[in-house]
Write a protein that binds this ligand. Structure first.
Ligand code: ADP
Length: 407
């Protein structure tokens, strides 16, 4: 390994360190970077110690990076690329090609150009519609952080100098999607919160300004509406807090208790009894006693509550039948909640576990039924315990939510 190799390692080390500091809020990224930095440091120390580092070892080292790494010269010709960079270029031969030819992407190539043109570090965040460079097939966005900087001046002979440029291309799609989801959540949440607040304010204004308080009948009616909407506000806030807790990732930990699912289900049915009676519905719990589960009983209670309550509230007409059943097979338990109600149209099924999604047709103008958060809480609470949920619906005949959990 010559002096150039060592200097490249040192410069890459600095680049990675810079990226590390820059992205320290992105925990997952950091973990990978920390590992890469560790490997890089260990190898550099080992090489220094042994005073021997072959080019092959150097390339092997670069191939351990999860970021794409390119080294190009002042004419933007690629001199070196690690395996991640090659795979992002669809395994095309990119050594010896210009960065434009190799990457087939102007935004990224222009960052490298700008770095070689100004001889200064350049960076850019790019959004692409493909998961590799040069393709335009993907419908969903991918996000990339590109950082390019001059490495060093290498004296090839006493009169000639050559500057090389190192470029790191990091896939930041996961963080980008999390950001977009967070923004969507905030936008939806403020919209959902504003609706009941506006209604409450409107009725209060009427009561006060039009002096309707003098008429007990109207006042009672208005106060009833205000109460209904403030209950909805309460529920929205509670459910949003639950979702944000479930989505807090590493900071969130489920409790693990051992409990009998049939007993828990019976408690939920009793909680819902007033609604069952008011709607002249029936809920039959066929989950056999001694169906022992290990998980977070608090969330299981919420999961069953949301699913049974959904079956009831979507079908207020008398005669709704809800059934709970479970079946054990080797290593797994299947829990099913079925109803014979209105059902879910095929077109809505892919979205019903999304936050704030509601099937429009189910709601008449004056109803303020759900928040659209119930099923997304169910899905996240199950995922946090390693369980999955799916739904099958034949509108008007049978709608079944099926939970599968390893036991
Ligand atoms: P909501 O708070 O509106 O009930 P959910 O996330 O629990 O929100 O459910 C999303 C949508 O899925 C509901 O608005 C409803 O349209 C539909 N849905 C859920 N469960 C059922 C069911 N058992 N029968 C018919 N539609 C259902």
């Amino acid at each position: 390994m010559n002096e150039l190799g060592y200097s490249i390692i040192a410069a890459l080390f600095l680049l990675l360190l810079w990226l590390y500091v820059k992205n320290k809020q992105l925990q997952k990224n950091n973990l990978q970077l920390e590992q890469q930095l560790g490997t890089l440091k260990a190898n550099a120390e080992q090489a220094e110690h042994a005073n021997h580092f072959s080019t092959k070892q150097f390339l092997l080292l670069l191939n351990t990076f999860q970021d794409a790494l390119l080294i190009s010269d002042k004419n933007n010709i690629i001199q070196l690329a690690n395996s991640k960079a090659v795979s992002l270029c669809s395994d095309r031969e990119i050594k010896g090609k210009t960065v434009h030819e190799a990457l087939l992407n102007d935004t990224i190539a222009n960052v490298i150009h700008a770095s070689s043109h100004t001889n200064e570090a350049q960076e850019e965040k790019c959004i692409l519609y493909s998961s590799s460079f040069g393709n335009h097939h993907s419908e969903s966005e991918t996000s990339w952080h590109v950082y390019s900087a001059p490495l060093m001046e290498q004296k090839e002979s006493s009169s000639e100098k050559e500057t090389l440029y190192a470029t790191i291309i990091r896939d930041t799609t996961i963080e980008h999607r999390a950001n977009v989801a967070r923004k969507d959540f905030v936008a939806n949440a403020s919209h959902e919160l504003r609706t009941p607040l506006t209604i409450i304010n409107g009725y209060l204004e009427n009561l006060i300004e039009d002096n309707l308080i003098e008429s007990p009948q109207i006042a009672k009616k208005f106060l009833g509406i205000i109460q209904k909407h403030s209950e909805r506000l309460n529920r929205l806030v509670d459910e949003m807090l639950t979702i944000s807790k479930l989505e807090s990732g590493e900071n969130f930990q489920m409790e693990t208790n051992t409990f009998d699912l049939s007993v828990l289900a019976q408690e939920v049915v009793e909680q819902l009894n007033p609604m069952i009676e008011a709607q002249q519905a029936s809920v039959d719990n066929h989950i056999p006693t001694n169906t022992i589960l290990r998980g977070d009983a608090f969330y299981w209670q919420q999961i069953l509550f949301n699913l049974i309550e959904n079956a009831l509230k979507q079908n207020p007409n008398p005669g709704t039948k809800v059934e709970l059943a479970s079946k054990q097979s080797e290593g797994s338990l299947l829990v099913q909640i079925s109803d014979n109600g209105i059902g879910i149209p095929d077109a809505d099924i892919p979205y019903i576990f999304d936050r704030f999604y509601r099937v429009q047709k189910h709601h008449s103008q004056n109803e303020i039924k759900g928040t659209g958060l119930g099923l997304s809480i169910v899905k996240r609470a199950l995922a946090a315990q390693g369980a999955t949920i799916s739904v099958q619906s034949e509108p008007g005949i049978q709608t079944t939510f099926s939970i599968t959990i390893a036991i």
